[in-house]
Design a protein around this ligand. Structure first.
Ligand SMILES: Nc1ncnc2c1ncn2[C@@H]1O[C@H](COP(=O)(O)OP(=O)(O)OP(=O)(O)O)[C@@H](O)[C@H]1O
Length: 611
């Protein structure tokens, strides 16, 4: 298991991490980069050499005889370098894209395995977002890293080789090359700092822009936006975000412009000096015209290598920041490290016990669940009730293993939940939650998910969940697809239809513990009544927990647990709790009063038809 710790990795370690990954993915990646760098670094040298050889041939007697082998070799080397450069360049583009997509998939896969409670912590959300930005960015480290390494190899070897050749003309030239390179290096360090700070400041702005862009096109938001005139807020926020981004980019641009101007002045001085020395050497006869032409050609490349090298260092630094983000994400704890037990070993129906369970949300000052002790007997149907925020959903998430108790433990048939493997533990639960996530697949696939059971069970589930009647309204029955954003022929389900579909999925999974968290909130009274009537059949042979604010629904449970502030205040059957005349009875009387009064009123009204 990976330990979740904050690491600040050095730039060299980040780059090593990136290129080691590229090498591991395919060693050809690095080999091709090296070959292309060598070819592109040699090309200017070769073309200057060919011109010099041609001058030597035409200006000397028997020139052709003396230089034909050198001419042939230079020409052949040029062609080889050009072919290598072109082929490896194409390979590099494709390989960069593939490497980025592989890492993109890695981030998705890893995210799917982050423990649920870690997934909702703001610092982890940030890490996931940053890693996602890095791998989604075609100009980010995972794709651009190929080109930057190629540039760096070409520029560093080019500078050393060409610097040596040009320096051999006169020591003053090499001194100037070194001096100017140092000045430019320090200038570029300053530029990098500004660029890095701009990158950090731009991250939340990018997030905000994405939010704004996504929601302006979101169909679900369109209704509220129009009725409550939210458009000006969007326009204003767009403008503010754009202005802030522009200011940040302007700073970086100005600094880069300074660098380019400085480099231009330096090139002028350096190249001017070199040309002046060369011309003088030709005049005093110490340098041949052919050699003059050769040096003349390669001096021009020096600026290319020095400027290139500074850009490469800036790119490396920028990429290191991105890799740092990626590695901070990779350092997250991805597995819950649950035990080795398998849920299939369990005797059915299941007994559940909360023993002194406390739970505190990350960053909260107080516990949400306080020393909870609750035993749910095999096959028992327990109703959890209480006002909003009492802790009902938190208890369910703890039971399902989505959260781990801060202290205390939850026992399944007397065995701690932590002793089960994560996957087999999740197999214990069929749950209908308040919120629901739809995949762009058919209704049948949604109900079956990855579970395959015989078709009779499937038809039963359709009937018992109430989704069967709804299917007739859809164009392709249970083969109708969901999510209109993805499939144009998909259907948009109503709230009640979604709830019936969720219930069907939970029933089809047929797990030994059934959890229904407000399963009828979106159902019409007739559909709701059908769920209550079939509840006993639905929950047969299962241990079940039913959460509802409608106390008329929980009265069907064997036992009702009334919660307040994460603690059990009352428990008993519906009748026992009414007789206690406590909080539950009070809540029930408030709810039933309205119907009672309305019913009494109706009884006293005269039927208009009979008048
Ligand atoms: N992710 C979270 N981080 C911090 N606090 C949370 C989180 N989720 C819930 N809470 C808090 O925990 C308390 C219990 O919430 P919970 O959702 O369990 O209550 P509930 O009884 O299910 O409420 P409702 O009836 O409204 O669904 C609330 O005060 C809520 O604000």
């Amino acid at each position: 298991m990976k330990k979740s710790q904050e690491h600040k990795y050095s730039a060299s370690s980040n780059l090593f991490y990136l290129y080691k990954g590229m090498w591991k993915e395919n060693p050809k990646n690095i080999i091709s980069i090296t070959l292309r760098a060598a070819a592109d670094m040699l090309l200017p040298l070769l073309s200057s050499g060919i011109v010099a050889v041609i001058i030597a041939i035409v200006s000397q007697e028997n020139g052709w005889q003396n230089y034909r082998i050198l001419f042939g070799i230079s020409l052949l080397a040029t062609v080889i370098c050009m072919i290598l450069s072109e082929t490896m360049g194409n390979y590099e583009n494709a390989a960069g894209n593939v490497f980025r997509v592989i890492n993109m998939m890695k981030v998705s896969k890893m995210t799917l395995h982050i423990p649920f409670h870690k997934l909702e912590q703001p610092e982890n959300i940030k890490k996931i977002e940053k890693a996602g930005e890095t791998v989604n960015n075609p100009s980010g480290a995972f794709q651009k890293g190929f080109t930057v390494l190629y540039n760096f190899l070409r520029d560093i070897v080019g500078l050393l080789l060409y610097g040596y050749l040009v320096g051999s003309i006169h020591p003053a030239i090499i001194s100037i090359i070194i001096l100017f390179s140092i000045v430019m290096y320090y200038h570029s360090l300053g530029t990098n700092k500004i660029a890095e700070s701009s990158r950090k400041k731009q991250a939340p702005l990018t997030k905000k822009t994405n939010y704004l862009v996504n929601y302006t096109g979101e169909f679900k938001a369109a209704k509220d936006m129009r009725l409550y005139h939210m458009e000006p807020w969007f326009e204003e926020e767009f403008q503010k975000t754009y202005d802030s981004r522009f200011l940040l980019m302007k700073k970086v641009f100005q600094r880069k412009f300074q660098g380019t101007a400085l480099s231009g002045v330096f090139s002028l001085i350096r190249d001017g000096l070199a040309y002046w020395i060369l011309v003088n050497q030709v005049i005093d006869g110490s340098l041949s015209v052919a050699s003059f032409s050769f040096y003349f050609g390669i001096i021009a490349s020096i600026s290319q290598w020095t400027n290139g090298l500074l850009t490469d260092l800036a790119d490396f630094r920028y990429m290191s920041g991105e890799i740092q983000d990626f590695r901070e994400f990779s350092d997250l704890e991805f597995l819950t490290n649950r035990g080795t037990r398998n849920s299939v070993e369990l005797k059915l129906p299941i007994e559940i016990e909360f023993q002194n369970v406390c739970y505190r949300y990350a960053g909260a000052e107080e516990d949400t669940i306080h020393n909870l002790n609750l035993k749910i007997f095999p096959g028992e149907k327990v109703g959890l009730v209480g006002i909003n925020g009492a802790g009902k959903s938190t208890i369910i998430k703890l039971l399902c293993g989505l959260y781990e108790p801060t202290s205390g433990e939850i026992l399944i048939n007397g065995i701690s939940q932590l002793q089960f493997t994560e996957e087999s533990y999740y197999d214990l639960f069929s749950a209908v939650f308040q919120d629901y996530f739809e995949l762009p697949i058919t209704i049948e696939e949604t109900i079956k998910q990855s579970v395959s059971i015989h078709s009779e069970a499937y038809s039963n589930v359709l009937a018992r969940s109430g989704i069967k009647e709804e299917l007739r309204k859809f164009p392709h029955d249970d083969q109708t697809k969901l999510v209109k954003r993805v499939h144009t022929d998909a259907v948009d389900l109503s709230g009640g239809q979604k709830q019936k579909l969720q219930l069907a999925r939970a029933l089809y999974k047929n797990a030994p513990i059934l959890i229904l968290d407000e399963p009828t909130a979106a159902l019409d009274p007739i559909a709701e009544n059908e769920v209550y009537l079939s509840y006993n059949a639905i929950a047969k042979d299962k241990t079940s927990i039913f959460i509802s604010h409608r106390l008329s629904s929980t009265r069907f449970c064997d036992r009702i647990v009334y919660l307040e502030n994460g603690m059990i205040v009352e428990q008993g059957t519906h009748v026992e709790l009414l007789e206690q005349k406590g909080k539950y009875a009070e809540m029930y009387s408030v709810q039933s009063q309205y119907y009672q009064e309305e019913w009494e009123g109706k009884k006293n009204e005269q039927c208009p038809i009979s008048q």
